[in-house]
Every structure is written in C-alpha cells, then in structure tokens.
Design a protein around this ligand. Structure first.
Ligand SMILES: [Zn+2]
Length: 142
C-alpha cells in the first residue's frame, strides 16, 4: 500500500506530501477495508460462501468479519483499539459510550483530520497484525 515514487511528489514541500497521502488514504479507507475482510473475500470465492459463514479467522467470537467486527469487536485488536480510542476520545468525547453503528459512522465518516489520521493508523496497524497472524499460524488459529 505504500505510495509509489511519483515524480511530482519530489517537488512538493514535505508537509503537503504528507497531507495529500493521508487524504488519499482516508478516501479509500472503507473500500480498502472491505476488500481485505472475509465479508468481501467470501463473495469472490468460487464456492460463494454464504454471508453468515464468512467468520473472522482470528478470534473465537464466531462473528462475521465485516468492518464493524474489525473496528470495534475483534478481540485480536483490543489493545490497539483501546489505545486508539483513548486518543480519539479526546476529539470525540464519549465515543466509547456510543452505540456500535454510531461509533462506526463517527469513525469512518469523520471530517476531522486527526480522527482520520488515528483511524487510518489503527486500521493499518490491525491489518498488519491480521496479515501476520494469518500467515504465521494457519493451523494455530486462536
Ligand atoms: Zn475477530
């Protein structure tokens, strides 16, 4: 997912490069998430896994692995989630007390630069964890 070395970037001041890169990331965030998770993978597999069987491969909650599970529920990311939510809570007070659907809306549709940055950081962190766990322990799924 790292941006290729586009030649126009070299002429931009560092600040605007960072901002441009993060704006692109935040626009494509939901698309990116959906493509990676089981809920979408199942749709393209030849045997067309029924929606309710596209479970999270990492935790034992037996929940469908969609963006809600990934962002708010999966136990594999609880440490990273707590850290991120603590920081987001300073910008969106009481985010942790909102309902699941409201939290998703606030996190994914935020116009706040810092919220977007924190959410993007959380997602990429958890995606790395997910990739590593899936690669390293195909037999040892806990
Ligand atoms: Zn899970």
């Amino acid at each position: 997912m790292l941006a290729a070395s586009h030649s126009w970037h070299r002429l931009q001041p560092r600040q605007s490069l960072t901002f441009a890169a993060s704006a692109v990331r935040s626009r494509s965030r939901i698309t990116f998430l959906n493509h990676k998770l089981m809920i979408e993978l199942g749709r393209y597999q030849t045997d067309h896994m029924p929606r309710e069987t596209r479970l999270c491969p990492l935790c034992k909650l037996t929940q469908v692995e969609n963006e809600t599970h990934f962002l708010l529920q999966c136990s594999k990311y609880s440490l990273q989630r707590q850290t991120s939510l603590n920081q987001i809570n300073k910008i969106i007070p009481d985010i942790e007390r909102k309902s699941t659907s409201e939290s998703i809306k606030l996190l994914m549709n935020s116009n706040d630069y810092h919220v977007n940055k924190l959410v993007t950081k959380f997602i990429s962190l958890c995606m790395n964890i997910r990739d590593t766990l899936l690669l390293s322990s195909e037999s040892d799924v806990t």
